[in-house]
Design a protein around this ligand. Structure first.
Ligand SMILES: [Zn+2]
Length: 258
């Protein structure tokens, strides 16, 4: 396997934020303008010749691998896929299946089209629960299973990749994904360490906001600056666990993290 895997997590890429993805306050920092995304991509591609398809792991060699992922299944995924295709890059698109066909989300035909053009379609749960790890084990299983089955029916092929909605996870999040046949699970933990748990290959990601500076993007692309991102994440984790009551109020007020 590669010595490092740098996985980027984006959401919507559009000049009309109201036209794609979740329409809520918490989603705004993750809406990228097209030119902004292209600039990020340019910076990232200074260090890579290509992006990889996670389902072809494990790989041999010591080169650092780039993986591009896009969460939620907003309709801007169609344009994102085209931008990637023009650069001969592969993307991973994680779809919230309860939103399929809704006004700002992909429909079944668009999902098939993106897959046909060589990208990976994966699960992002059925209902995009606000705090995934607060679900019971049975509910976690149901979220993954329902999502996976709907996508498999649309694509007529097995779906083995997924990303955790909202990024709030625990060991049962991985275990439940593995139990329904997910083999590759992307988290929102900012690290480049890939590990296997319950038969699932778990990969961290860094998530640029529309306020993330070009220098930060460049640093992430070479596997630096993750410690700061991890510290920020750890602070959020502390608030989640120790100040759960207030975190739930925050999530409710912002209509859930992504
Ligand atoms: Zn999401």
């Amino acid at each position: 396997m590669s010595s490092k895997t740098i996985s980027f997590l984006y959401h919507e890429v559009t000049d009309n934020p109201e036209s794609s993805g979740f329409q809520r306050t918490g989603a705004l920092p993750y809406q990228h303008k097209v030119s902004h995304f292209k600039s990020d991509l340019k910076l990232i591609l200074k260090h890579f010749n290509s992006s990889e398809d996670v389902t072809t792991f494990p790989k041999t060699g010591n080169k650092t691998t780039l993986i591009l992922t896009f969460d939620d299944g907003g309709v801007s995924a169609v344009d994102i896929a085209e931008i990637l295709e023009n650069k001969k890059l592969v993307g991973h698109f994680f779809v919230t299946t309860s939103m399929i066909g809704k006004p700002t989300f992909l429909n079944a035909e668009q999902i098939r089209g993106i897959r046909k053009n060589g990208h990976i379609i994966g699960a992002h749960s059925h209902n995009h629960p606000s705090i995934f790890r607060d679900l019971s084990y049975c509910e976690k299983i149901n979220e993954w299973r329902q999502c996976k089955e709907i996508l498999e029916k649309i694509l007529n092929e097995e779906v083995t990749t997924a990303s955790v909605p909202g990024g709030d996870m625990d060991l049962d999040t991985i275990r439940s994904a593995g139990e329904v046949g997910i083999k590759f699970l992307f988290t929102s933990e900012p690290n480049f360490t890939v590990y296997k748990k319950f038969g699932v290959l778990v990969l961290g990601r860094v998530c640029p906001k529309n306020t993330t500076s070009p220098s930060e993007i460049s640093r992430w692309a070479i596997g630096k600056g993750f410690i700061r991102a991890r510290l920020f994440r750890a602070a959020k984790e502390f608030i989640r666990v120790r100040l759960k009551f207030f975190y739930k109020i925050y999530v409710k007020k912002n209509d859930a993290p992504l």
